[in-house]
Design a protein around this ligand. Structure first.
Ligand code: AVJ
Length: 321
């Protein structure tokens, strides 16, 4: 790709590649346009979606334990966040650091520029002296550019089970990049959704109000809006499945009839057979031993798994060794 390649073109290329493959797929990172951000914020408030409120409670309970390694050092540090979103959970940590008068710079990274702007304005309200350096882009770009690399220690946040959105190989590669971007004794706080009653997990991705369905379908709507597609949304069914062995919750959009879809920006028609699925998202769930093994493999030591009483979710504090 050359330097004139725009984000729109990358979206178009990814859609072309995904819909041309024998097992059709669309990358979940494209959920998050302005409409998708709003839908995801609605998902986080759903009764079935236990992840956000559980992690929120964990951070509220354990903020001091999580942060004191950095907050009590008396030296400035970098708080880098992969996939900051609207930063609702991170505000707990930032508020704590502000109250303790700790010197730090916050580097929120997100694919969506909309939410980052919102976040920066919100933070100025709760903590006027906070230094914020937003980075709009993919994790890959941010980890390559390392705009925070100023010699101070770093605590990197990868919350909200966002890591679970990567399939095995991509996930491992991403964690390699994260590991390479950190120095010895830097911290990494990883949010893992834990394996639990499959019914609870599936319900979180198949809510009664259909918000998650709309969120999934927004991928097709976005193609219609931005790439001149003519997807008819009512001809696709939202279909999440959970595999308790792998811990993978996968979402699909299944074509309810044989149909053709034309996408103007690609000058191309795509053929769908009856019941053909498009794979749109994985949200992987972990066991505690999976977390241990993963951290070791990537050159970290688990300092502590901070969990809620029901062990639904873990914010796992890793230290780079
Ligand atoms: C933002 C990746 C944590 O996988 O649970 C919510 C996205 N997808 N409902 C998740 C999502 C469907 C969410 N993460």
């Amino acid at each position: 790709m050359n330097h004139t390649t725009t984000y729109d073109q990358i979206f178009a290329q990814d859609v072309l590649q995904g819909l041309s493959s024998p097992l059709k797929t669309l990358p979940s990172k494209y959920f998050y346009d302005e409409k998708g951000d709003k839908l995801f914020q609605a998902i986080m408030a759903l009764p079935e979606y236990y992840l956000t409120r559980t992690e929120y409670a964990i951070l509220e309970t354990y903020k001091a334990q999580i942060l004191d390694r950095f907050a009590k050092s008396g030296k400035p540090f970098n708080l880098v966040e992969l996939g900051a979103g609207n930063g609702l959970k991170t505000k707990i940590l930032i508020q704590y650091l502000c109250d303790q008068k700790v010197e730090f710079t916050y580097f929120p990274i997100d694919i969506s520029g909309y939410v980052l702007k919102e976040l920066e304005e919100d933070l100025k309200e709760i903590c006027p002296q906070v230094k914020v350096h937003p980075i709009t882009g993919t994790y890959r770009h941010a980890l390559k550019d390392r705009e925070w690399d100023n010699g101070s220690p770093t605590l990197m946040l990868f919350l909200g089970s966002n890591y679970g959105n990567f399939l095995e190989e991509d996930a491992k590669e991403l964690l390699d990049r994260i590991s390479d971007s950190l120095r010895i004794n830097d911290g990494l706080l990883m949010g893992f959704d834990l394996k639990k009653d499959p019914e609870l997990i599936l319900a979180a991705y198949n809510d009664a109000q259909g918000v998650t369905r709309d969120f999934n379908l927004n991928l097709l709507e976005r193609i219609n809006r931005e790439l001149g597609g003519n997807f008819e949304l009512n001809k696709f069914k939202h279909w999440p499945i959970y595999d308790p062995v792998s811990g993978e919750c996968k979402s699909f959009l299944v074509s309810m009839e044989e149909q053709q879809v034309f996408i103007e920006a690609l000058h191309k028609t795509f053929q769908f057979t009856h019941a053909e699925p498009i794979f749109t998202e994985v949200s992987k769930k972990y066991g505690l031993h999976d977390i241990d093994a993963l951290s070791q493999e990537k050159g970290f030591k688990v300092e502590k798994n901070f969990m809620d009483d029901e062990a639904f979710f873990s914010d796992s504090l890793w230290v780079k060794s």
